[in-house]
Write a protein that binds this ligand. Structure first.
Ligand code: 5AD
Ligand code: FES
Length: 372
């Protein structure tokens, strides 16, 4: 019997029996929205291609409960690829000297917002490496200008780890959401794919602080990181249930040849889709992007993610001339496209798989912003 996750142990049960158990566990997860760790592990260790059809169907069904076939769009602006961090998988970490560094001025960022707004986007995702240039003062200036011009939008920041005071100041200046993937909930794996100056505990502390301040918070992890086991992935599921984030970014690890992890295998499409479908059932109200990494791994990876539980897409609205420099992994899609090309492309892809675009701000269901 061919199980999907390559690191699985040989299965003790005959295949029909184990398939039945996998199916029963999927049903139990659908109903209860949580499983025990050994139950998650059983699924990961035993799921076959045939069983994924059922899992994917249930993931999609769970999404329908709250979101129907709606897909929310976020305009993504990659404002700087300077980074002081050393994530060993990432092609823009501070050690990589083959990438040309850039930083957008506030005027350029506002231009991107203008274009994004015209294309119908009502959320701007401001993303960068961990760039010390972006002090609270500078970011507050940027937030003020975006919010003044586009009061009917949401601003999502994705700028890495910062102090609680900084997160608070940016929230008060108008930021609504913050994306900070936990990357892996396994301390062992975290320490394997990050340098020793980066802290597993601090990353979690940041996520706790963001939630406490009142942001809509996004966690997330990579699938197929070097040495990742199914037990590690179970920790991601357990941690996400506990953190209860509003958004979860799940993408395959994609090997970059100029990083310390060069030469490793990348994650696979099916493994990633399995994790998207499971997270949809564990956090039914969450906003789950069909990630650019999935689209880069497979021509219709993002469409497949929509069909198993994802409900967000993040078209790029960065200036085209900078896009190839934000090379966190190689062969990234959309690097030669303009913002309106991405807009058309995304729409065709969404409609092509029977989904519909929602151009609202796309807040988490029932979310109310804490005011001062
Ligand atoms: N492959 C896949 N995902 C990556 N990220 C960074 N580098 C890679 C890579 N090589 C992801 C991380 C990070 C997000 C912005 O991109 O999860 O949080
Ligand atoms: Fe950018 Fe398809 S989304 S070209």
């Amino acid at each position: 019997m061919n199980t999907i996750f390559p690191k699985v142990k040989k299965n003790a049960l005959p295949s029909t029996e184990s398939s039945l158990k996998v199916k029963n566990l999927i049903d139990k997860l659908y109903d209860n929205e949580v499983l025990d760790n050994d139950e998650y592990l059983f699924i990961l260790n035993n799921i076959t291609n045939k069983d994924t059809d059922y899992l994917f169907k249930k993931g999609n069904e769970k999404k329908q409960v709250y979101y129907g076939n709606k897909v929310y769009l976020r305009g993504l602006i990659e404002i700087s690829n300077y980074c002081k961090m050393g994530c060993k998988y990432c092609g823009i970490n501070y050690k990589v000297d083959t990438v040309e560094r850039y930083r957008l001025t506030v005027d350029k960022i506002l231009k991107c917002c203008e274009e994004g707004y015209k294309l119908g986007y009502r959320t701007f995702v401001i993303q960068a490496g961990e760039d010390s240039y972006y002090t609270d003062e500078r970011l507050k200036g940027m937030l003020d200008q975006i919010k003044a011009k586009y009061p009917d939008t949401r601003i999502t920041l994705s700028l890495g780890e910062r102090s609680k005071e900084s997160f608070k100041a940016l929230y008060e200046a108008g930021a609504d959401r913050y994306l900070l993937r936990h990357e892996t909930a396994s301390r062992r794996l975290y320490e394997h794919i990050h340098p020793s100056f980066m802290s597993f505990d601090n990353r979690r502390l940041c996520l706790d602080n963001l939630k406490e301040i009142g942001y809509q918070v996004g966690g997330g992890f990579m699938v197929g990181s070097p040495t990742q086991t199914n037990e590690d992935l179970v920790m991601d599921l357990e941690y996400l249930k506990e953190l209860d984030p509003h958004m979860v970014g799940i993408g395959p690890y994609l090997c970059h040849s100029d990083t310390e992890l060069a030469g490793n295998m990348s994650g696979t499409l099916t493994e990633t889709l399995i994790m998207v479908a499971l997270v949809r059932m564990i956090l039914p109200k969450s906003l789950l992007p069909a990630t650019t990494a999935l689209g880069s791994l497979h021509a219709i990876g993002r469409e497949k993610a929509l069909k198993v539980g994802a409900n967000v897409m993040m078209p790029n609205i960065s200036p085209t001339e900078n896009r190839d420099k934000y090379e966190i992994y190689q062969n990234k899609i959309c690097t030669t496209d303009t913002s309106d090309q991405c807009r058309n492309c995304i729409e065709a892809r969404i409609v092509g798989v029977g989904h519909e675009i929602d151009l609202g701000v796309g807040d988490y269901i029932d979310f109310e912003r804490k005011e001062k």
